[in-house]
Design a protein around this ligand. Sequence first.
Ligand SMILES: [Zn+2]
Length: 297
Amino acid sequence: MIRLLATTFAALAGLAFGSFLNVCLSRWPEGESVVVPRSHCRACNRTLTWWENVPLLSWLALRGRCRTCNTWIGWRYPIVELALGVLWGIVGWRLSGQIQAPDLAVQFSIGPPHFGLVPALGTMAFLWLLVGIAVLDAEHFWIADAVTLPGTALGLAFPLFSQSLLRLPLVAQRAFWLLLGERLLAVLAAAGLILLIRLVYWLIRRREGIGLGDAKLMAMLAAWLGLPGALLSFGIGVTLGAAVAISVLTRASHRTSEESTAQMKLPLGTFLCTGGIISSLWGQPILAAYLRWSGLN
Ligand SMILES: [Zn+2]
């Protein structure tokens, strides 16, 4: 019963924070404040009433259109709200079951067990950032440094918040600094991997294939998930991206010229973020299954 309540609460919080993320995603790229003015229709500027501001339900009730000017609000609003509601709900379910999120069990496997609120809140913040970056890249082909760089720092610093270092025995303190060093190396390796791919692509094609924003996003993934988690995100992201590219190409092949399809632009960051979300929640069992399957473990 408590578990159900906690999950519902986390999911509702996810819906609300998803709604706020939508406001950020609409206003921030336009250089507007995300705090004032109150929510309004972006077409006719009418301020929304409270019942038009309820996450998910309002969109459904209005069938995705403004009540006054009938402008299409867009799929992104319900998708972002639903995504964060579900993702935060999953974290809430795990927290209330005292089952540690798999990646965090590894990430914070120093000192005493860290079942608890703070790592779960960290995961929620991380998921919130990933959904935001995914949408920004899909809509604007933009992976903002103003998100990925502080996101990387936050991921590295997070173990500091999750426990008071001073109360730990010396052995655990040493383990903490080792973890931080390992994470720093992971950040450099993950970003370096993207830079290497970028260099090779440029040497062969003389054209930019993968952006610097993707390198910083990989750094952020490595800061939160460690190198195995970041590489898993990369593998999932590239696979998803390739699948989408192939399906788009096969559908468009008879319509567009070969040159334009060869230059088709895909938001790699969106796929990397999807990979990051999957490995953040299920990375541990996926990697364990892979190791068993490949006979390494
Ligand atoms: Zn309107």
